[in-house]
Ligand binder design. Sequence first.
Ligand SMILES: NC(=O)c1ccc[n+]([C@@H]2O[C@H](COP(=O)([O-])OP(=O)(O)OC[C@H]3O[C@@H](n4cnc5c(N)ncnc54)[C@H](O)[C@@H]3O)[C@@H](O)[C@H]2O)c1
Length: 333
Amino acid sequence: MDRQVRVALLGAGYMGRLHADRLSKIPGVSLVSACSLPVKDAENLAASFPQWKINTYDDFDRMLEKESFDALYVCIPPFAHEGQVEKAAKKGIHIFVEKPIALTTERAASMVEAVKEAGVIAQVGYHMRFGAAVKELKKLMEDGTAGKPTLFDARYECNSLHTPWWRSKDKSGGQVFEQVIHLYDLSLFFLGEPELVSGFTANLCHTHIPDYTIEDTSVSAIRFKSGALANIAGTNNAVPMAWNNPFTVVCEKLTAFFTDANEAEFVFTAGEKPERKVVKGDRDMYLEEDLAFIASIRGEGPRAAPIEEGYTGLRLVDAVVRSSMKNGMPVVL
Ligand SMILES: NC(=O)c1ccc[n+]([C@@H]2O[C@H](COP(=O)([O-])OP(=O)(O)OC[C@H]3O[C@@H](n4cnc5c(N)ncnc54)[C@H](O)[C@@H]3O)[C@@H](O)[C@H]2O)c1
């Protein structure tokens, strides 16, 4: 029988619900409590999953004191991180935390330190790492088929006002922090440690919206320690209500054109004639990441997307924004 895993949720909005839904598909997992501010979100979520009899809270400390659980899903906006991960880790609770793991690198470093000290498992919500085509390319890079990685070229496109906290610089950090971070993470996943970054951000089409204080356009150029290069762009001025994130990875012997993390055309370039192969999967990447997290807690699988890499990703997007504030002056990482 599957080892029982008792889970609590912090934040019961879009992502809290999404993870609750995926957890409901994993045998042996139960959601015992949920905390949100205001509490209404947690109450609504509890009503949607009556099989679990979820206790609800508006105070995280109280939930931590009253409830007994093995793992905590943290699905709150970046500005709301104020030591909850550190407190849970101290109690020996394993943590799944949505990206970006914090609004500041200082808070993120404190989370990593707490997790390390407590020896708990902590995974970041980088679901794109679990796409079928992303996994296949990673395998071909690791076994030498792809050859040296040289270039990562990516674009995150959407057009939506999202939630009020999302469009507030003080609360979300901006689109680079909130969304394009998925592509920044993939650049790290494929190319390794970054060395130098230069970035530009602009608000070109949303200046008339009073509470829209973030960028709606961004670009960056990154040099990695291996010498590989990346350019990553983001826009919130593209097709309304469509979220697309195409990217290309060029390696010495393989170029991979991704439509998204699940689908790509791989062109093998080592032979006399290029050979093409379509890699397409229909993985639910969110279910995959939740399965990986639960398996690692049960000791049945490796740790995936560890919180340390959530910190590295945050340092990179933070450097992009800092560079943009100095007219693109390169920031050394
Ligand atoms: N991985 C992905 O694809 C993906 C997609 C969307 C959002 N996210 C991330 O998930 C996180 C949450 O985003 P969302 O879209 O679910 O937001 P949301 O606004 O839909 O929900 C946020 C929830 O947090 C609660 N909350 C806010 N402050 C709180 C506090 N101090 N204490 C307790 N609860 C608090 C709110 O009540 C709400 O229930 C963000 O970091 C976001 O970047 C990830």
